[in-house]
Write a protein that binds this ligand. Structure first.
Ligand SMILES: [Cu+2]
Length: 180
């Protein structure tokens, strides 16, 4: 009886694909947003680095985004890394901006390879349409995976081994004018 059960499990495992599906990469849980919107999203970490537990997640905030806030997370230390702007810019509420958030980093955990978690952030999105790439460094206990690949023209995001998480900015269907 036990032996038959074991054989059944083995057969199922053999049928699973060798490579993880695209959804198991580091991705935005909600990958679409409206241009110019305040967007709250979560970076989903679907697995570790080649089986190793995740101990830090660092995300690069692309140019054109001047406001980025991480969500605090129990068991993780959050860092906001800023860089100064080449020239001051007019910000919200009449303030002048002299720097921007260049990257956010959560370190702690560890998040084991067989579990999933999400890291929240709020962004003020630029008023443009199209894909925005957020390169992520996944640090693990004894390894690292760089989710930094950006598809070339005509190349599918899913065809890349370690694609950067992408957020696609587009005006919602049936809404000719984006509401701010
Ligand atoms: Cu994956």
């Amino acid at each position: 009886m036990h032996r038959i059960f074991a054989v059944g499990i083995f057969t199922l495992a053999a049928l699973l694909p060798v490579s993880a599906p695209a959804t198991a990469h580091v991705v935005f849980a909600t990958p679409e947003a409206a241009p110019g919107a305040y967007y709250f999203g979560e970076l989903r970490v679907g697995h570790g680095c080649e089986g190793l537990a995740t101990t830090a997640v660092t995300v690069e905030i692309p140019e054109g985004i001047y406001s980025a806030k991480p969500q605090p997370k129990a068991g993780w230390t959050v860092e906001i890394i800023r860089e100064s702007l080449p020239e001051p810019l007019a910000g919200s509420h009449g303030k002048v901006m002299t720097d921007r958030v260049a990257r956010l980093r959560w370190s702690g955990g560890p998040l084991s390879d067989d579990m999933v978690d999400q890291f929240g952030l709020m962004l003020k999105l630029p008023d443009v349409s199209g894909p925005l790439y957020f390169p992520v460094t996944q640090t693990c206990d004894g390894g690292q995976t760089d989710w930094t690949m950006i598809p070339a023209k005509g190349q599918a995001w899913g065809a890349l081994k370690h694609p950067a998480p992408v957020l696609t900015l587009k005006i919602p269907d049936g809404d000719a004018h984006a509401h701010h």
